[in-house]
Design a protein around this ligand. Structure first.
Ligand code: GGG
Length: 367
């Protein structure tokens, strides 16, 4: 299937470019073997952009992202930028993309591959068959709330972040979670801290009302405090089907859920905007992991999360279901054959680096 769709590639910093190189190889493979041809554009983001332009993303790249049919993103950040002011820090590039593209729903699937049951710190019987979806609100909450920053508070130095949600912001992300659950196992856990936070009470009330009056009564809805959810993800993650939660809790809980899958290097994500009249959504796909400066440049990173994000893009943005399955199956088969990167290494397996993992996945695609 030929496409004339534009794909903006933003590798970013640290291990971002390394894992991205493996996606480029699969993009080339798709063009050669499946006649899937994207119009590829590339841009700088994060520290890589700061180094050149003294900002985390330029207006031109931002416009390219708005014009693209999908954005593929690597990772941003690094200790060398710790003292850069907040608006120019690497993470500001990612936050601007999310905000200006209005990517309010961040889908973070945590799926345990049978081949990796030995890679998790959790017992195999607790995680076998796990397939849960965290829906993280991505364009509001404490990441964006105002006021924020330093204050003079009656002569005392004080720093503020603000957690704020409108009803519409909670409703639209909850609707995504309910709609997804309907295609899965029809269960949603809405997660907040309604015992201590005003926004938690508001979140719970809004989700409950939408469930009752928005045509979602066929979906089983449960509410859970975020601290309990973190514990339950370690104790009995299979109780969950879809979890919907705010920006900060979603970030924390998806990292916790990653431990079931064996490594943060296994978690992809899709960040989606509202559907237009043709059902198309603005979308950015990125691994959940960050730039991992401690292992950057050493060919050690696991490219699976990046490649699984690419597969999500094929499925969600371009409807290329068969090709998405091909990429996911290739990764699973490589893992089954015992080839592993260091983060998911287990006795009896063969350790490879980022490129070696890419080689094995391409060889599997060739079969
Ligand atoms: N690929 C994910 C990444 O680069 N994350 C770095 C980052 O800016 N994280 C902020 C967040 O998602 O909360």
């Amino acid at each position: 299937m030929a496409t004339n769709k534009t794909l903006l590639m933003l590798p970013g910093d640290g291990i971002g470019p390394e894992v991205f190189n493996q996606v480029r190889r699969v993009v080339d493979w798709m063009a050669k073997n499946r006649s899937i041809n994207f119009d590829l554009k590339e841009g700088l983001v994060g520290g890589a952009c700061y180094d050149v332009h003294k900002q985390a993303i330029t207006d031109e790249t931002m416009q390219d992202a708005l014009d693209a049919d999908a954005v593929l993103f690597g990772a941003v950040g690094g200790p060398q930028y710790d003292n850069v002011e907040r608006h120019a820090r690497p993470e500001a590039g990612l936050l601007r993309l999310r905000k200006e593209m209005d990517l309010f729903a961040n889908l973070r699937p945590a799926v345990v591959f049978d081949a990796l049951l030995d890679a998790s710190t959790l017992k195999p019987e607790v995680i076998q068959g796990l397939d849960l979806m965290i829906v993280r609100e991505l364009t509001s909450g404490v990441y964006f709330g105002e006021p924020r920053g330093m204050q003079d508070y009656n002569g005392v130095e004080r720093c503020i972040d603000t957690q704020a949600y409108t009803k519409a912001e909670v409703e639209r992300v909850a609707a995504v979670a309910f709609d997804l659950a309907r295609k899965r196992n029809s269960r949603v856990h809405s997660v907040e801290k309604a015992n201590v936070m005003e926004t938690g009470i508001f979140w719970r009330k809004t989700v409950t009302e939408l469930h009752a009056s928005g045509g979602y009564q066929d979906i089983e809805l449960a509410h859970m405090y975020a601290d309990n959810c973190a514990m339950q993800l370690m104790k009995n993650p299979k109780q969950f089907d879809v979890i919907v939660t705010d920006n900060l809790f979603g970030d924390l809980l998806s990292d916790a859920a990653a431990m079931s899958t064996g490594s943060l290097g296994m978690l992809p994500s899709a960040s989606l905007g509202a559907a237009d009249e043709n059902g198309q959504r603005k979308a950015l796909y990125e691994p959940v992991h960050g730039s991992a400066p401690d292992i950057a440049g050493q060919d050690l990173a696991n490219p699976s999360a990046m490649l699984l994000s690419f597969a999500m893009m094929l499925r969600y943005s371009f409807g290329l279901l068969k090709d998405a399955d091909m990429v996911e199956n290739a990764i699973q088969n490589v893992l089954k054959s015992g080839i592993r990167t260091g983060d998911i290494m287990a006795p009896g397996c063969t350790q490879v680096g980022t490129t070696g993992m890419g080689d094995a996945i391409l060889a599997e695609l060739d079969k």
